[in-house]
Write a protein that binds this ligand. Structure first.
Ligand SMILES: N[C@@H](Cc1c[nH]c[nH+]1)C(=O)O
Length: 379
């Protein structure tokens, strides 16, 4: 496993210092995490990056690729209504093929599970990440901001049929699906004329239980049985979904153009927000609200000392972690490039509920990678 280059103790102390003022409790989290859960919550895109560990007979595990899910689990187990946690420890990710990235690396971070003004907390957390990253001495940093929710709010302005809007929103975090939607091609929604499309359309008219029974009957009539594959109920469910997607239709050429224009927005935040507002369709209410939130968030960031000329808002910005559901960001160094963020974070309000939390608060956090922040280092 490739290690990071070490950094001078005083630099590490300087990078750590901003976290000391965050009012968080120092917490430890298990290095081993349940593999299935991590894939569910961190996203399939993480699979290739996980070190999988198998013990004797036990549940399959992986080395923590980051701390967010691990700390959220600790928070839930503590049964506290709210909490703010500080962590410092190693995380582990398989380096992409051909890259010389460290696979075992230090992260310092904070995760906050708190009610209260989310926009203010967003600004506080991103400013914290910025301060820690900048303490490493690099003069070439930018704070790239994005928002998983902004795309959804934008799609809602377009007045699309509900199933099409839902499909498009889901595609935001799935680049291949999004490409299909924006090519307007046959593959975006399955066509109704191929064989699968016909069966799907027929089954979609039935309750799912009955649709599954029909499939079973078809198989026994034909004297076949699918081997080792999915159960009839699951197949029926998928076919019904396909039929619904097909009925939802596709984006028109004009709509494709507007969505493309939205996704191409990447600029100084005030300019980006203007551009997005100008692209909005007739139902702009929800988007206006989101844009107002962004103005407040940006004002908060600047008030907390992040230089305005280092901010970029990128509408299409996403991260490989699947748990984000609001604003998210990376602090990047021009010397290290886009693939090696120095710090990162964002909001993931939905994660605690997905972990089984009965009561939930907001959830937001960030981490810094000291070895990358260190101006004299190379990782
Ligand atoms: N865990 C994320 C950063 C983060 C912390 N909290 C939310 N996001 C990472 O390693 O990139």
């Amino acid at each position: 496993m490739r290690l990071e280059p070490s950094l001078p103790a005083e630099v590490l102390a300087a990078i750590r210092a901003p976290f000391a003022g965050a009012g968080a409790v120092l917490t430890d989290a298990p290095v081993l995490q349940p593999l299935g859960l991590l894939l569910d919550l961190a996203g399939e895109a993480m699979r290739a990056r996980l070190f999988v560990v198998s013990g004797d007979g036990g549940e399959e595990a992986c080395l923590r690729p980051d701390f967010t899910v691990a700390i959220a689990r600790e928070h839930l187990a503590s049964d506290r209504a709210s909490g703010r946690y500080l962590y410092e420890g190693k995380a582990f990710r398989v380096a992409p093929r051909g890259s010389d990235r460290a696979e075992e690396f230090l992260q310092i971070g904070v995760e906050a599970f708190e009610a209260g003004d989310p926009v203010a907390a967003d600004a506080e957390i991103a400013a914290l990440a910025w301060a820690a990253a900048a303490a490493g001495g690099r003069a070439d940093l930018t704070l790239v901001l994005g928002d998983v929710g902004l795309f959804a709010a934008f799609v809602d302005t377009l007045d699309l049929a509900a199933p099409l809007a839902a499909r498009l929103k889901r595609a935001f975090t799935r680049p291949r699906q999004l490409k299909l939607e924006l090519e307007g091609g046959a593959a975006a929604g399955p066509a109704g004329s191929d064989d699968q499309g016909r069966i799907a359309a027929l089954l979609a008219g039935l309750p799912e239980g009955e649709a599954a029974a029909v499939l079973q009957e078809l198989w026994s009539l034909a004297g076949i049985e699918p081997v080792g594959g999915r159960k009839p109920a699951e197949i029926a469910h998928r076919l019904v979904e396909r039929a619904e997607a097909a009925r939802a239709g596709r984006l028109s050429t004009e709509q494709i153009e507007v969505v493309r224009a939205f996704l191409a927005v990447s600029d100084r935040p005030d300019v980006a927000l203007e551009a997005i507002a100008a692209l909005a369709g007739p139902r702009r209410g929800a988007l206006e609200l989101a844009l107002a939130g962004w103005r407040a968030r940006l004002a908060g960031l600047i008030a907390r000392g992040v230089p305005e000329d280092r901010l970029v808002l990128t509408a299409a910005f996403g991260r490989a972690f699947g748990y984000y559901d609001g604003y998210l960001f990376e602090v990047r160094s021009a010397a290290l490039g886009d693939e090696r963020p120095v710090a990162a974070g964002g909001r993931y309000d939905g994660l605690p509920a997905r972990l089984g939390a009965a009561r939930t608060t907001g959830a937001v956090g960030c981490m810094v990678r000291p070895a990358r922040a260190y101006a004299g280092g190379g990782e």
